[in-house]
Design a protein around this ligand. Structure first.
Ligand SMILES: Nc1nc2c(ncn2[C@@H]2O[C@H](COP(=O)(O)OP(=O)(O)OP(=O)(O)O)[C@@H](O)[C@H]2O)c(=O)[nH]1
Ligand SMILES: [Mg+2]
Length: 363
C-alpha cells in the first residue's frame, strides 16, 4: 500500500491530525516538541460520494470504501540533516513514505509552544524544505563519489553519474528534485536513493476554528509558496477535527454550520493525498455491495482485476465497463446497456478514474 507521511516542525498538530484521520487511533499528541518519536501508521477510508449514489441504484446491502495509509512522523527542526533532534532517524522515516503532507502551523495560541517562538509559515516551510534538501545533497554527494569510480568502466554507472550531477547542481541552486523535470529513465536510475525532495508534497495549513471558513494571512503565505512549487494547499483545523471525533452526526453538522463550513478539511486532505500518490479509483456495484478499488494511474484491465483477486487477473477474459457519470445519467445498469453506454473491453484497456467495472474471467 502506498503511504503519505505527515511531516513538519514539532508541535504543529501532526499527531492531532493523524488521530482525526485514523479511526480509533491513539497517537500521543501533547503540547511539547518531539512528543512523537516512533512513527504512527494508520489506515484511512477514502471518502467517495459516488459510493452512496451507486449503492442506491443497485440497492446494495453494504458500501466498502477503498483505503490508504498515513504515517505520523516526528517533527523536524533546523539542523535535522546534521542529526539535530534525532534528525537522521526522522529523515529515514520520511524516506519510507511515497508522498509528503507538510503540516504548517497557521493558528495563533500563546499556550501552544512554537519551536521558533512565533507563527511564520514562510520561515517554517523553508526550515523543513532546507533540511530535506540538505539530507538529499548529503546522499547525492556520497553516491557521486562512489559512482565516479565505477563510471570509468561501466556504462550504467556513467548514466547514473550524469543524473546525480544534474540533481546535485539543482539542489545546490535550491531546487527540489521533484522540480528538476527528470525523465522516467532518470527517475529509475536514482530510485534506490529514496530522495526526500523527489516526493510529491501538499501543504496542510492548520488553522484555528474561526479561520476555517475564510483562511487568514498565514494561509496566504503558504499559498504563495505552494504556487511557486506547483503544490496544492489544503486548509484544515486539527483542533476542530479532533473535537468532531466524538460527536453524533447531528452535532457535527451543527458545529460545522456554526463555523460556516461543510467540513473541517479532513475529507479534502484525504482526497488530495490520495491523488498526490497517483492513485485512481474504479468501482464495482451490485446487490451485495458497492465498492471502491484502488489502482495506479495507467493500469490495464487485467491488473485492475488483480486488485480484487489474483484469479481475476490470471483468468481475465473481458471487462464490462461504464463510466460512473453515464451510469448515473441512465439511472440503472440495464438502461445504460440499452443506450449502449456499457462497453466490452479487452486486456489492453486502460482503466479510467470512475469506471464501473464487471470482470468476466475463467478460473
Ligand atoms: N490551538 C490549537 N492547538 C492545536 C491545534 N492542533 C494541535 N494543537 C495542539 O498543539 C499541541 C501539539 O499537537 P501534536 O498533535 O502533538 O503536534 P505534533 O506536530 O504531532 O508534535 P510532535 O510530535 O512533537 O512533533 C497539542 O497540545 C495540541 O492540542 C490547533 O489546530 N489549534
Ligand atoms: Mg506528534
Amino acid at each position: 500500500m502506498l503511504r503519505a507521511g505527515i511531516v513538519g516542525l514539532p508541535n504543529v498538530g501532526k499527531s492531532t491530525l493523524f488521530n482525526a484521520l485514523v479511526a480509533n487511533a491513539k497517537a500521543d499528541a501533547a503540547n511539547f516538541p518531539f512528543c512523537t518519536i516512533e512513527p504512527n501508521v494508520g489506515v484511512v477510508a477514502v471518502p467517495d460520494e459516488r459510493l452512496n449514489v451507486l449503492a442506491k441504484i443497485s440497492q446494495s446491502e453494504k458500501i466498502v470504501p477503498t483505503r490508504m495509509e498515513f504515517v505520523d512522523i516526528a517533527g523536524l527542526v533546523k539542523g535535522a540533516s546534521q542529526g539535530e533532534g534525532l534528525g537522521n532517524q526522522f529523515l529515514a522515516n520520511i524516506r519510507e513514505v511515497d508522498a509528503i503532507v507538510h503540516v504548517v502551523r497557521c493558528f495563533d495560541d500563546d499556550d501552544i509552544i512554537h519551536v521558533s517562538g512565533s507563527v511564520e509559515p514562510l520561515r517554517d516551510i523553508e526550515v523543513i524544505n532546507l533540511e530535506l534538501a540538505l539530507a538529499d545533497l548529503f546522499q547525492v554527494e556520497k553516491r557521486i563519489e562512489r559512482t565516479r569510480k565505477q563510471a570509468r568502466n561501466n556504462k550504467d554507472a556513467e548514466a547514473e553519474l550524469v543524473v546525480l550531477e544534474k540533481i546535485n547542481a539543482n539542489l545546490n541552486a535550491g531546487k527540489p528534485v521533484r522540480q528538476v523535470g527528470l525523465t522516467e529513465e532518470e527517475v529509475e536510475l536514482i530510485q534506490s536513493l529514496g530522495l526526500l525532495t523527489a516526493k510529491p508534497v501538499i501543504y496542510a495549513a492548520n488553522v484555528a476554528e474561526d479561520d476555517l471558513a475564510m483562511g487568514n494571512e498565514w494561509v496566504q503565505q503558504v499559498r504563495q509558496i505552494a504556487v511557486g512549487e506547483n503544490a496544492k494547499v489544503v486548509v484544515v483545523s486539527a483542533q476542530v477535527e479532533s473535537e468532531l471525533i466524538d460527536l453524533s452526526d447531528e452535532e457535527r453538522t451543527d458545529f460545522l454550520e456554526s463555523l460556516g463550513v461543510a467540513e473541517g478539511g479532513l475529507k479534502s486532505l484525504i482526497k488530495a493525498s490520495y491523488e498526490l500518490l497517483g492513485l485512481r479509483t474504479y468501482l464495482t456495484t451490485g446487490p451485495q455491495e458497492t465498492r471502491a478499488w484502488t489502482i495506479r494511474a495507467g493500469m490495464k484491465a487485467p491488473q485492475a482485476a488483480g486488485v480484487i483477486h489474483t484469479d481475476f487477473e490470471r483468468g481475465f477474459i473481458r471487462a464490462e465497463t461504464v463510466a460512473y457519470a453515464d451510469l448515473v445519467a441512465a439511472g440503472a445498469m440495464n438502461a445504460a446497456k440499452e443506450k449502449g453506454l456499457v462497453r466490452s473491453e479487452g486486456k489492453d484497456y486502460i482503466v479510467e478514474e470512475g469506471d464501473v467495472l464487471l470482470f468476466r474471467f475463467n478460473i
